[in-house]
Design a protein around this ligand. Sequence first.
Ligand SMILES: CC(C)(COP(=O)(O)OP(=O)(O)OC[C@H]1O[C@@H](n2cnc3c(N)ncnc32)[C@H](O)[C@@H]1OP(=O)(O)O)[C@@H](O)C(=O)NCCC(=O)NCCS
Length: 217
Amino acid sequence: MDGTRVEEFEPPVIVRVARTMDDMQRIAVVRALVYMSEQDCPYDEEFDGNDLAGATHLLAEAGGEPLACLRVRWFADFAKIERVCVRNGHRSGRVARQMMQDAIDLIRRKGYRKFVGHVQEHLIPYWKRYGFIHREHRGVFVFSDRAYAEMEGRPDPHPKALHIDTDPLILDRPEGDWDKPGPLDKSVTRGASPLQGREPGRGAKSAPAKKQTETAK
Ligand SMILES: CC(C)(COP(=O)(O)OP(=O)(O)OC[C@H]1O[C@@H](n2cnc3c(N)ncnc32)[C@H](O)[C@@H]1OP(=O)(O)O)[C@@H](O)C(=O)NCCC(=O)NCCS
């Protein structure tokens, strides 16, 4: 041994926004292992129709191996953190902590001042560690064979929170990557096309199509 700490040999945990179908497949595997296998959740309840409609997913990996994930759904004035899970064998701090911190930062950066989570009742003390407040007046409710409580987070405003007057090119960057140039930033140097408003389909080039229709009559 040369005195190097064991953690220094471990690949870093990288948390990123899911952008591709491959990312979604990695997420589906983690959720199937944790919720379907460990917690006996039926497929249709785990994959409930909300994964591709209005959700952002975070995926945590180390050395390219998917370890954990969560999803955030966006409502008018609050975000909802859901499906938080870490593969068995990778629990106890490092992965979950980083992923949750990144999720809360993402929520703040998008300008949200409130988030909620439906958490398994026995984990209320655990979620309090992330600043969630138990909404006791909402009681306990049951789904997928488990009792849940509602918890709320009220984070500080993000100093660079996105808003309607944020630079348009920043708003157009890929979700979560607002601090570095995105694909559209590069396109700016091309300027506006002189053909704008006169592209095929709007001007002279649409005429033949009309003629064909008339001939068909
Ligand atoms: C919840 C979860 C994401 C936390 O991951 P983690 O931060 O790596 O932490 P751990 O799994 O080590 O658990 C953290 C704490 O919660 C407790 N905990 C976790 N699962 C628990 C369970 N089923 N019953 C009781 N306590 C539990 C642990 O004892 C631990 O407490 P401690 O720090 O005082 O020892 C992870 O346990 C997980 O993926 N669980 C399965 C999926 C799930 O239930 N998600 C939460 C839905 S609300």
